[in-house]
Ligand binder design. Structure first.
Ligand SMILES: N[C@@H](CCC(=O)N[C@@H](CS)C(=O)NCC(=O)O)C(=O)O
Length: 233
């Protein structure tokens, strides 16, 4: 049976996984989880992912949470010789560093600033903006120091996928990244030279851009982070 990916159509972590599956030509069943209806907040979803986060992979009863771990697993299992996730320890270390830089530093700042206000009705704060600017500055520094076409070397890797999905959130809210010319150059290059992979991220970007204009009403979703929900002990 093909693997099942439970994902959300505009979720950057989901889209990074989907880009990996597409790039490696791995057959899989996609199950869309409706975030706005809180389909990931149920007890049955929590059995697959106790974090109640999307995505989660179901490889015939083996459940794997965390998009980076899912990407690494897919590469190890379905593309062990692929340059998308190189074997050489140093090259792989750079890819891994970028994956975790994205999750722990870049996407965490961008998600909090660009996405949380859309879905949870919070204000975009001056502090949030500072964190995004700082994350962009650091990313620009990494690009400058490595001085390669792609984020982790001269070849396309899964690190490009995840960083593209975070950067597209900024495009969705019309955030100008021209002050970070290496990021802009890489982002535009990816769109042009990897258009079939960009299509995966673009769907999410357009959906987020629409939500930026018309935020979804999540007040009935019973989400613990939603401000209209009363805090419980
Ligand atoms: N570290 C997780 C993050 C996943 C994540 O943030 N997913 C979002 C959707 S894009 C989510 O499910 N959030 C749960 C919620 O806000 O209720 C991963 O990489 O898989």
């Amino acid at each position: 049976m093909p693997m099942k990916l439970y994902g959300v159509s505009d979720g950057p972590p989901t889209l990074g996984v989907r880009m990996t599956l597409k790039a490696l030509n791995v057959p899989y069943e996609y199950v869309n989880v409706n975030f706005n209806k809180g389909e990931h907040m149920t007890d049955s979803y929590a059995k697959m992912n106790p974090q109640k986060e999307i995505p989660v992979l179901d490889d015939n009863g083996f459940y794997l949470q965390e998009s980076n771990a899912i990407i690494q697993y897919i590469c190890d299992k379905y593309g062990p010789d692929s340059p998308l996730y190189p074997k050489d320890p140093t090259a792989r270390a750079i890819v891994n560093q970028r994956l975790f830089f994205n999750m722990g530093f870049y996407y965490s700042s961008i998600g909090a600033y660009a996405l949380a206000p859309i879905f949870f009705d919070y204000e975009r704060s001056a502090m949030g903006l500072k964190k995004v600017e700082n994350a962009l500055k650091v990313f620009q520094t990494y690009l400058e120091r490595l001085n390669t076409k792609y984020v982790a070397g001269d070849n396309l890797t899964v690190a490009d996928f995840v960083l593209i999905t975070s950067t597209m959130c900024l495009e969705a809210i019309n955030f100008d990244i021209s002050g970070y010319p290496l990021i802009k150059k890489w982002y535009e290059m990816f769109k042009k030279e990897h258009s079939e992979l960009w299509e995966v991220a673009k769907v999410g970007m357009l959906e987020l851009a629409e939500f930026e204009k018309n935020p979804p009403d999540l007040s009935t979703m019973n989400h613990p982070f939603h401000p209209t929900r009363k805090a419980t002990k």
